[in-house]
Write a protein that binds this ligand. Structure first.
Ligand code: AMP
Length: 116
């Protein structure tokens, strides 16, 4: 299948994941190696490899990813204390899976954004 990825298989239910949200545009599931008490990935159902590949026609899905992240943060009970939403892009961004995904991290103080 063209542009098939690990996360596409999760979206289609072909490999197991702890899915916490799915709608017509995006799927959210818990990260398998959590870096914080709440660590959820929000991905577009259709593959966009990286944020750098997103185009104007992807604006609806990009907006949905953020909206769903905010809703999930509230549902997880981390919104009041605060949380971090992060997208790694390509090599220098540390992206491992080339299917666009947003990390929702919360449940503890997360410290500075990156190392100096
Ligand atoms: P990134 O480095 O931004 O590409 O993040 C990829 C993330 O995907 C990492 O935090 C991994 O722990 C996570 N991950 C990899 N495989 C799985 C999986 N099968 N289910 C859930 N999360 C995964």
């Amino acid at each position: 299948m063209a542009q098939d990825t690990l996360f596409s298989k999760i979206v289609r239910g072909e490999i197991p994941a702890d899915i916490v949200h799915q709608d017509d545009l995006v799927t959210a599931f818990r990260d398998i190696r959590p870096l914080a008490p709440t660590h959820i990935l929000v991905v577009p159902n259709q593959v966009i490899p990286t944020l750098a590949d997103a185009s104007a026609s992807d604006e609806a899905v990009l907006g949905r990813m953020l909206r769903v992240a905010a809703d999930l943060a509230a549902a997880e009970g981390v919104a009041e204390d605060g949380y971090r939403v992060m997208i790694n892009c390509r090599d220098h961004g540390g992206q491992e899976v080339y299917h666009l995904h947003l990390h929702l991290l919360g449940g503890r103080p997360l410290g500075p954004m990156t190392r100096r």
